[in-house]
Design a protein around this ligand. Structure first.
Ligand SMILES: Cc1cc2nc3c(=O)[nH]c(=O)nc-3n(C[C@H](O)[C@H](O)[C@H](O)COP(=O)(O)OP(=O)(O)OC[C@H]3O[C@@H](n4cnc5c(N)ncnc54)[C@H](O)[C@@H]3O)c2cc1C
Length: 383
């Protein structure tokens, strides 16, 4: 049996990976347990953007957008090898959002994150700057920048660095039981290994409430909604290194993004599901994505053009709004009942905010663990 860890994290997605990296750099004794390979679930099924979330401004999520824009700048520096700035074009659609609204949104997007090295937004003439891609009716576009990222690699780099700093990383082992004592947890894996830890962190993404009820055997005081998001991949629809942000009549937006040199990545949908297991695209989602593209592009695509697809599950914190309006922010639920060993459940989040989330985890736990090095450090050290 290992000695007692300071922190044991269940779940090797981006959030778990970010937490173990940050904690191990503060000389804490940490362990991460992942039931498959690290980064193999939601964190590799994303749209692969480090973005401020322009559309969250419509939901007045200024705090989240501001934090995300600041993090975009940090991640651009610390993960420069796996991120690329990419221009996004919003073709103007008179009947949907008026020009002044988009311009106001972009003005905020350019400015609320503070000083940026990423280019600012501009208005473009579609016919002159990107001819022969969009239908004739689209004349004016709005261009802004975000970062494209290799999402799975981002997880792996965090885990590798944590390992170098002494973290114990256990892959392909499921946590099946957790017993709570006064000063420590006893965590049991599916090969009967028993691990002890002063603090337990549940970073199981869309499995969070399953881990809580089936493994930790506590009831959750937060309910989540599982919302599937699917992408299709086609051969490149055009040969420019630009992405498109397409507005739909249902108020949602769809991205068309250059992908791996020869493909276009198109997503996403929002479909409520009831299990986080094996998400797969369904036909109505494929049609929704194809229709969105066909409304804008000269090149018309059909199911025959789809070479691949993937889906992921967003564990959104339930607030009884339309899926697109539910916050993408994260929430911590710290359980320190009856002076028993603490449990921290992590709800929600985005790839973009993982580093800040990890820093806030360490801050939240400051009364429970004694870190030798209390200072934040991950913003300045390359992955
Ligand atoms: C369709 C879609 C598109 C997205 N696009 C973006 C984007 O472009 N930019 C962005 O910033 N964010 C995006 N997001 C959000 C982002 O992907 C997620 O917030 C993030 O990946 C969640 O990471 P996580 O660590 O919480 O979860 P996960 O990556 O799912 O990790 C949780 C891990 O816990 C493990 N686990 C579960 N139960 C156990 C157990 N009992 N024992 C051991 N391990 C266990 C699972 O195997 C899993 O690997 C998107 C999300 C979706 C669904």
């Amino acid at each position: 049996m290992h000695d007692t860890f300071d922190i044991l994290v269940i779940g090797g997605g981006i959030n778990g990976a970010g937490i173990v990296r940050d904690a191990s750099g503060r000389n804490l004794k940490v362990c991460l347990v992942e039931k498959n390979a690290v980064g193999s679930a939601t964190s590799s099924w994303s749209t692969k953007l480090i973005h401020g979330g322009l559309r969250y401004l419509e939901n007045y999520e200024f705090r989240l957008v501001r934090e995300s824009l600041k993090e975009r700048e940090v991640i651009k520096t610390i993960a420069s090898e796996i991120t690329t700035p990419l221009p996004f074009i919003i073709p103007h659609q008179k009947s949907l959002r008026p020009k002044w609204l988009i311009k106001l949104g972009l003005f905020l997007y350019d400015n609320i994150g503070g000083k940026m090295t990423i280019p600012k937004s501009s208005t473009i003439n579609i016919k002159e700057e990107i001819p022969n891609i969009l239908k004739d009716e689209f004349k004016v576009g709005f261009q802004y920048y975000d970062l494209q990222v290799d999402d799975r690699k981002l997880v792996e780099l965090n885990v590798e660095d944590a390992k170098k700093k002494g973290a114990t990383i256990i892959e392909n082992r499921k946590v099946i039981d957790a017993k709570r004592n006064k000063n420590f947890w006893e965590v049991i894996l599916d090969d009967d290994t028993i691990l002890k830890s002063k603090v337990l962190i549940n970073a199981a993404g869309p499995w969070i409430n399953d881990v809580l009820s089936e493994v930790i055997k506590l009831s959750s005081n937060k309910s989540i909604r599982l919302v599937k998001g699917s992408h299709i991949i086609t051969k490149s629809l055009y040969n420019q290194k630009k992405a498109f942000t397409l507005q739909n009549e249902d108020n949602r937006i769809i991205f068309v993004i250059p992908y791996k040199g020869e493909f276009s990545l198109i997503g996403t949908t929002e479909t409520e599901v009831f299990s986080p297991e094996n998400p797969k695209i369904d036909e109505s989602e494929v049609d929704y994505l194809l229709n969105s593209v066909n409304k804008y592009f000269i090149k018309q695509i059909s199911r025959d053009d789809v070479v691949s697809s993937y889906s992921g599950i967003r564990p959104l914190i339930e607030d009884f709004k339309e899926a697109s309006k539910v916050t993408r922010d994260y929430i911590f639920d710290l359980n320190e009942e009856d002076s028993l060993a603490p449990l921290l459940n992590i709800y929600g989040g985005k790839l973009t905010t993982y580093r800040k989330l990890a820093e806030n985890v360490l801050l939240t736990l400051k009364n429970h663990i004694r870190a030798n090095n209390k200072n934040s450090w991950t913003a300045n050290q390359k992955l």
